[in-house]
Design a protein around this ligand. Sequence first.
Ligand SMILES: NC(=O)c1ccc[n+]([C@@H]2O[C@H](COP(=O)([O-])OP(=O)(O)OC[C@H]3O[C@@H](n4cnc5c(N)ncnc54)[C@H](OP(=O)(O)O)[C@@H]3O)[C@@H](O)[C@H]2O)c1
Length: 284
Amino acid sequence: MTKTSSYDLVQFGVIGGGVMGEALLSRLIANDVYRPTEILVSDPQDQRREFLQRQYGVQVTNDNQTVFKVCPTVLLAIKPQSLPSMQAALEHPLNDFQDSQADAEPNPLLISIMAGVPLEKLETVFPGQSVVRAMPNTPATVGAGITAIAAGTLATDEHLKQARQIFQAVGQVVQVPESLMDAVTGLSGSGPGYVAIVIEALTDGGVAAGLPRNIAEKLALQTVLGTAQLLQEAGLHPAELKDRVTSPGGTTIAGITQLERQHLRAALIDAVVAARDRAQQLGS
Ligand SMILES: NC(=O)c1ccc[n+]([C@@H]2O[C@H](COP(=O)([O-])OP(=O)(O)OC[C@H]3O[C@@H](n4cnc5c(N)ncnc54)[C@H](OP(=O)(O)O)[C@@H]3O)[C@@H](O)[C@H]2O)c1
């Protein structure tokens, strides 16, 4: 089957032009992975489509079927609860999609970022399709995310390379077996929520210690950001940094003693495990 002529240039389809869809497409364009005209975004909202077209110069449609027909790589960026209605609307056209892709593109790829939707389910909805499941996190919206990817049964090394390239546009990428995706959700997926609380609490601590709130906020935020950057850039183990900043009988060890008394480590470990367990529950 030949591609619709106005979409001849299209290489990358995005189903769902929401927060994550926009974050990815904007960075893919900024990083020269795709040109705007090579991206086709499908979204039901007129205003959203108009915004994305105006802001980024991408092509837009309200017809998912067109995206599946013309794009060799499709990103599914809808909410998991929207999948059944999307599937119902596409049941018939998906057959066309498979036929057309089999004729037109040697390596069509579907990448899903829908939280909690397993590869087995995706491969049932899109039979015969190469699928990669991915779990980005919210800092991806500012290009500082980390995404875990897991390969479906038909995904090749080339597909994984392609998925990596796409998510590298919004941060770092790790590959895991799908069985570890819930653990990823518990750590990096939910982690921004934990770190936000830590920053808020440090700010409150600063206020309790006498600082004006606006100054305390700045100090807390940059301390977390700078510490993470230092660990990453210097390749330091966190324990090594902690040892370096704790002088005998000094201020930092006095603070750490309180954190240990209040079981900060155990609280964070429990948080990750509880979120992993909740992700497992939601997915079953
Ligand atoms: N945001 C994050 O930090 C994050 C992190 C990890 C994973 N994820 C995953 O990423 C996915 C998208 O999340 P998001 O935060 O970007 O959600 P979002 O902002 O709500 O974006 C989803 C977009 O898809 C549209 N949509 C709904 N049904 C559709 C359909 N049948 N065809 C085409 N478009 C449709 C929605 O339109 P309406 O608003 O009209 O429904 C909305 O514009 C979710 O599955 C989520 O689990 C998000």
